[in-house]
Structure formats: C-alpha cells, structure tokens
Design a protein around this ligand. Structure first.
Ligand code: SAH
Length: 480
C-alpha cells in the first residue's frame, strides 16, 4: 500500500485553497461539504465557483497566500496556474506543518485525493495511489450504481440506534452479528422503502431477540470453504459471503494472499499449513481447534485449497463437528484438476479422447503402491494426479510397468491458475526428467492422457498468463 487511507475531520477548521480554476473550485466544494471554513487565494474566481462563491464559509482573498495564512489550517490544496506557484504554496504549507495536496503533482503531495461515492454519512473512497486515476474513477462509477442513494439513510438510521445496541448487547461479537443481520435484512429494506417507523419496530424486536440469545449463551459455527486452486476470481459468491462474516480463519499453505485478502480484515488468522514432509499441525489438532473456537461462540472459517471434499480431509474435520453438535456449512470450490486443466487449455474429457476422468492422489499412507492400477491404466481415460510431483519418477515408472505406452502424453501444471503458472508437456517416458530440469516445486497437477495433445490446438487462444510459459513441444502419435 503506497498511501494510508484515512478520513479527516475538517469541520469548523480552515482549509486553504490556492487557485481560481476548475480544480480549485472542486477542492473548495468538497471541503465545504465536509464542514470546513475555506480560504481561497486567487486573483479571480472562475465560472466553476458560481454555485459556491457566496457560501458563508467561503472567503475569497484576491492575492497570493502568505506563510501566516497557513497557521492552524487543517489542510491545504494548491491548484495554481504555474508550477512555481504550486511549489511555493506547498513549501509554505509544509513549513506550517499543514498537509498539502498539489493537483497533478504527486511528488509535491503529502496526501492524494480519492474518487468518492458520497452517501453521507456513508462515504466510499477509491484510489489507485496515483497509478491510474481514470481506473479509480471507473471503479467509483461502478460503485455508484451498486450503492442505492438510500444507503445514506440506512447509515443514519443505524447511527441513531448505535448507543441503544451498545447498552443492551454486552458481547461485541453479538453486537456485530446483530448489525450484520439487520443491515442486510428486512430492516434495511424498510429503510430503503422509506418506512422508518416500521424499521424501528423491527429493530426493537430484533434487539430483544438478540438479548435473549445473549442471555442463553452463544454458539459459533464453522464454514468449511473451498477457495479454489489460487486465482481469487474462482471463488464462489457463497464462499466470499462467508469469508466476509468470519471471526477467525484457519488456512492452509495452498491459500495465497490474493484470497486471504478477501477474508474480513478483522478476522484473526491462524496458519495450519501442512506439507507432505512437515506436519505443522496434526489433523486432530485442527479439528480440535475448530471445535474449541466454535464453542467460544466464534464464526470459524476453515479455508481450504480447491474443493474441501477432494483430497482435502474436509470430511474428517466435519465428523468431529458433527460429534460435538456444532453447526457447519460446506462450500464447494473449483478443484485443482479443473482449474489447472482449464487454465492450461487441456479438457479433462473429450469425445475423441477420454470418456472418463479419474482423480487420484499419489500421496497415500504407503505411497503409490496403494493405487488401483487396473482401474488407472484403462484406455480413453484421463488421469489427474494430485500430490504427485515429488514422486513423479516412481509414478511414471509404475505407469510404464503397468503397460502404458511410453509416448502417452502427460502435462504437469505448476501453480495452476496463479501468476507464474507453468506448464510442461511431455510423455510418460520423459516428463519426469523435463520437470526435474525445469525445477518445479509445486503445487503441481499431473494430467495423463491423450487429451493433453489438445493443448496444441487450444492453448494458443488462452491469454498468455493462463497458458503458462512452457509451450508444448511436438504432437502425440502413440496409442494406448
Ligand atoms: N482440495 C484440493 C486438493 C488438496 S491436495 C483441491 O480440490 O484442489 C494438494 C494437491 O492439489 C497439490 O499437491 C497439487 O497436486 C494440487 N494443487 C492444488 N492447488 C494447485 C495449483 N494451484 N496448481 C497445481 N496443483 C494444485
């Protein structure tokens, strides 16, 4: 983050504006809207001042600002005609310890101006940290359409209730839950419809119910959520909704920052990552932790890579919850095999190539010997292998030993759907060596079957970042 976003109270304080053009007029307007006294320094004020030039809190001084004009000011804006004037204003402001913004000169700014959506008292500010103000404006325009103007009314209504809720619900957790329920439910609809009387009656009823709930003791719940293979755009709406509600999140090594950043900012984060060779936390402890946190009344988000029920041990975790009668929800996610295949241009099934697709893990209690080879080496089938990277040489040897054509195509997709995705295509005979040379270190999905040849045709149409940087070589000609 390049700038710290904050909201500054300037009411009843002085804001200095230097300049008489359009930008200066906008700065004056916004400062007046925030309740400031505005001193604007300009020989004359342009047309854009017509709506505000008689505002009782606007004072026009037809001269250049002097150092003492900045004393005690809350903020200063410079939008002069010349760079030299802008610089002088910035220097004077800084000498008086007043934060200054200079239009279009980020190098002279102590703070920058966001694009805003004003639903006062609700205000949304958007900034690109100066990188692309137009993009920030486009996002603001989207938000404008998403936030009905009645949100301002809703915020005011909630503000009037705040003290009452604070006094009657002692537990902050319960207060938050109360607000989330009411601000997203029928009460909000009533305020939007303009029936504040009915909304108030409903609020009172909800508050009584919440008090009764508090008296009876609270129980939390657990959300077992699949976060997909890595690209945050692949999570579901339901996952996002629950991620935004959680009090605490337990996450794995496979969960990237892009996804963690979507979890409610205030949620406590607990890393429970496991590696095949380094069990940070045994499965039992994770299940126990889920139980303990839920019993403390928390909403616990158990975030898992891919789909929680596909090689995710999600089933084991909820077994414990069920034993303890703790409510839970399970949210499916895009599993790594689907994510990797889509982003690498390899369909898992195809009429001409494979009528079935098998998901297997090569990482069992006793390694690959556990696999049911008769089922695996069937013709017209794609095999997607999870957790197979480290034992790829043994895996490919085993395929060969069970009679698979050495030319059988194989793709290995590393960091599928994430920035830096890499794809290597080879055959069952040479893939292990190619992957070793490329220095893959996972996570990686191994896709075995003639569908891999379709990548030649399909991957060229994928955007560069999703096609990976290792292009396929040659075409498969062998048969099973
Ligand atoms: N529940 C997960 C799988 C967990 S097992 C799911 O449904 O996807 C972990 C294995 O998944 C890794 O060893 C790797 O084989 C695969 N995997 C997970 N994310 C991946 C990614 N972004 N790219 C490639 N493989 C991935």
């Amino acid at each position: 983050m390049d700038y710290l976003p904050i909201f500054r109270d300037v009411s009843e304080r002085t804001v200095v504006v230097a300049g008489g053009g359009t930008v200066a007029a906008r700065r004056c307007e916004i400062a007046l809207r925030a309740g400031a006294f505005v001193k604007v320094f300009a020989e004359e004020l342009g047309d854009d001042f017509r709506d505000i030039h008689e505002h009782p809190r606007l004072q026009h001084l037809p001269r250049c600002p002097r150092p003492d004009d900045f004393e005690g000011a809350a903020l200063a804006y410079a939008a002069c005609r010349s760079e030299e004037d802008d610089r002088r204003v910035a220097e004077m402001a800084r000498a008086a310890s007043v934060p200054v913004n200079v239009a279009d000169r980020p190098e002279l700014c102590d703070f920058i101006m966001p694009s805003i959506v004003d639903r006062s008292p609700m205000v949304v500010a958007v900034s690109s940290s100066g990188a692309s103000p137009i993009l920030a404006r486009m996002i603001r325009a989207k938000l404008e359409t998403m936030l009905p103007s009645a949100y301002g009314r809703l915020a005011r209504f909630a503000g009037d209730f705040r003290d009452r809720v604070m006094a009657r619900l002692k537990n902050p957790e319960n207060r938050r839950r109360f607000w989330e329920r009411t601000l997203d439910g029928p009460m909000a609809s009533l305020v939007f419809a303009g029936d504040e009387q009915a909304a108030e009656t409903l609020m009172e009823r909800e508050l009584e119910a919440a008090e009764a709930e508090e008296r009876s003791g609270i129980t939390g719940e657990v959300y077992l959520v699949g976060a997909g293979p890595g690209d945050p755009d692949l999570i579901t709406f339901k996952a996002l909704r629950l991620m935004q509600k959680a009090d605490v999140v337990l996450y794995d090594r496979l969960i990237g920052d892009g996804i963690l950043n979507l979890v409610r900012r205030e949620a406590e984060r607990i890393y429970v990552g496991k590696r095949p060779d380094d069990h940070t936390l045994p499965q039992e402890s994770i299940s126990e932790m889920l139980v303990r946190l839920a019993k403390e009344g928390k909403r616990v988000l158990r975030l898992k890579g891919g789909d929680p029920f596909i090689f995710g041990r999600g089933g084991e975790e909820i077994e414990r919850l069920a034993e303890e009668c703790i409510p839970f929800q399970v949210v499916p996610g895009v599993t790594a095999a689907s994510g990797c295949s889509a982003y690498a241009g390899i369909p898992l099934t195809h009429r001409d190539h494979a009528q079935s697709c098998l998901f297997v893990t090569a990482h069992g209690r006793n390694g690959i010997v556990d696999l049911d080879w008769k089922q695996i080496v069937r013709p017209r089938q794609t095999v997607a292998v999870y957790m197979g990277l480290r034992i790829l040489p043994e895996l490919t040897d085993a395929f060969l030993a069970h009679g698979v054509d050495p030319d059988m195509p194989v793709a290995v997709v590393e960091k599928g759907t994430r920035p830096g995705q890499r794809v290597i295509v080879g055959t069952i005979a040479d893939i292990a060596e190619k992957v070793r040379e490329a220095g893959f270190n996972g996570p990686a999905m191994i896709i075995i079957g003639t569908v891999v040849t379709l990548r030649n045709k399909l991957s060229w149409y994928l955007p560069e970042e999703s096609a990976g940087d290792v292009r396929p070589e040659g075409r498969f000609t062998g048969t099973l």
